[in-house]
Design a protein around this ligand. Structure first.
Ligand code: FES
Length: 142
C-alpha cells in the first residue's frame, strides 16, 4: 500500500491532519493523499469514491460513467460516513433500485469526501466477482 507519492502507508497510525485515507474492501487496498490535491479524473463527482478509485487504478464498476444513472458503483460505507456529502434525492432514488441496499449504501460516483480522515468502503459481492475476473467482460472479450 502506497500513498499518492508512492510512500508506504503506516496503517498502525491514523492519517495526518490534512490527509485522506481510503480503504477499499474486501481487497484491503488502501490509498492516501493530501486533501484537496487529487486531480479530477472525470468519473463521478470530484472527490467521490469513484474518482478516488479511478485515480489509483482501483476497479469500481461505473456503467453510466458516474452520472447517477445506474447502480453498478453501489458501495457500503463502513467508516467515515460523517465526512461524506449527503445523498441527494437522485442518489436515493437510484439506490432504491440497487441490489441488497443497506443503511450504509451509497453510490460510489455520488458520495463525495468532504474532509480529511479515514474512510472504509466495501464493494458488494456481485461487483467483487466482476473484479475477480479482472476487467469488464466487454473489454476482456475484445
Ligand atoms: S456509475 Fe452509474 S450511478 Fe454511479
Amino acid at each position: 500500500m502506497t500513498d499518492s507519492s508512492n510512500k508506504p502507508i503506516d496503517l498502525t497510525q491514523p492519517p495526518g491532519d490534512d490527509m485522506v485515507r481510503v480503504t477499499f474492501q474486501p481487497e484491503g487496498r488502501t490509498v492516501e493523499f493530501k486533501y484537496g490535491t487529487l486531480p479530477y479524473d472525470h468519473h463521478g463527482k470530484p472527490m467521490s469514491f469513484l474518482d478516488v478509485a479511478e485515480n489509483f487504478g482501483i476497479f469500481l464498476d461505473h456503467a453510466c460513467g458516474g452520472s447517477c444513472a445506474c447502480t453498478t458503483c453501489h458501495i457500503w460505507v463502513e467508516e467515515g460516513a460523517d465526512g461524506l456529502s449527503a445523498a441527494d434525492d437522485d442518489e436515493l432514488d437510484r439506490l432504491d433500485m440497487a441490489a441488497d441496499p443497506q443503511l450504509n449504501s451509497r453510490l460510489g460516483c455520488q458520495a463525495v469526501i468532504t474532509k480529511p480522515g479515514s474512510y472504509v468502503v466495501e464493494i458488494p459481492k456481485w461487483n467483487r466477482n466482476y473484479v475477480s475476473e479482472g476487467k469488464p467482460l466487454t473489454l476482456a472479450e475484445n
